[in-house]
Design a protein around this ligand. Structure first.
Ligand code: HPA
Length: 234
């Protein structure tokens, strides 16, 4: 099967897919966590791999950055490769002073300034929700791994370099835990395609404080989150 953005043999994607934003992180996840990872697509250098974890098939492929890129890849995976569940394993900025670098957010819902919601709903301001089963499973997996994770609402922004300098403070006051750029798109695609999705994100930037992960840490420093995602799917 070939789609405009993925060229992988029929049946080569596992029903469960991990999606980081970064293609190098996708390769790192496959090479570090999967047994017997096989490269199945590399269109635009977005490499997809399928391997096994604890004997169970699992795939990984990057979403790229931003809601439009996520929507392309998630739609093609669900619609043409029969993928059933996608867990985004991304990075985010923390909007709450009590949430520090390297801590993990489990996004039960995502609000957005993107048009993706109204495009999918014919104008309704519908909520963008993660799949309840995956939220429950991630929450239980986090407890069993003894992880310090935070369950709640995040904001999926269209702009990384936002012209409104008050935006982060406003989002903090509204109680959002973190900000990233893909979850709301993934949740609407999953709901439209009648499949399941969740976003888990490691804090890489502090927006109510100072500090950020280095590019190397962003690429590889995501071990706890990947274990959490794999355990969630187990
Ligand atoms: N803003 C938006 N998206 C992000 C950030 C951020 O600070 N960090 C990681 N993804």
């Amino acid at each position: 099967m070939t789609t405009p953005h993925i060229s992988a043999p029929d049946g080569s994607f596992a029903p469960d897919v991990l999606m980081p934003g970064d293609p190098l992180r996708a390769r790192h996840i496959a090479q570090t966590y999967f047994d017997d990872p096989q490269l199945i697509t590399s269109v635009r250098a977005i490499e997809g791999y399928t391997g096994t974890w604890n004997g169970k098939p699992v795939s990984v492929m990057a979403s790229g950055m931003g809601i439009p890129s996520m929507c392309i890849y998630a739609t093609e995976l669900f619609r043409f490769y029969d993928v059933q569940r996608i867990i985004r394993v991304g990075t985010c900025g923390s909007l709450q002073p009590a949430i520090g670098l390297n801590e993990v957010l489990i996004a039960s819902s995502a609000s957005t300034d993107s048009n993706v919601t109204t495009s999918y709903t014919g104008g309704l301001e519908a909520a963008s929700n993660a799949s309840p089963d995956l939220v429950r499973s991630a929450s239980a997996a986090s407890d069993s791994l003894g992880l310090k994770s935070h369950l709640g609402s995040i904001f999926s922004s269209d702009l990384f370099y936002h012209p409104d300098e008050t935006i982060n403070d406003r989002l903090t006051s509204l109680g959002f835990l973190g900000i990233e750029m893909e979850a709301a798109g993934l949740y609407h695609v999953a709901s439209h395609e009648r499949r399941e999705a969740l976003t888990i994100a490691t804090v890489s930037d502090l927006l109510q404080g100072s500090g950020s992960l280095t590019p190397e840490e962003r690429e590889t420093g995501v071990g706890k989150m990947v274990e959490l995602a794999l355990q969630t799917l187990a």
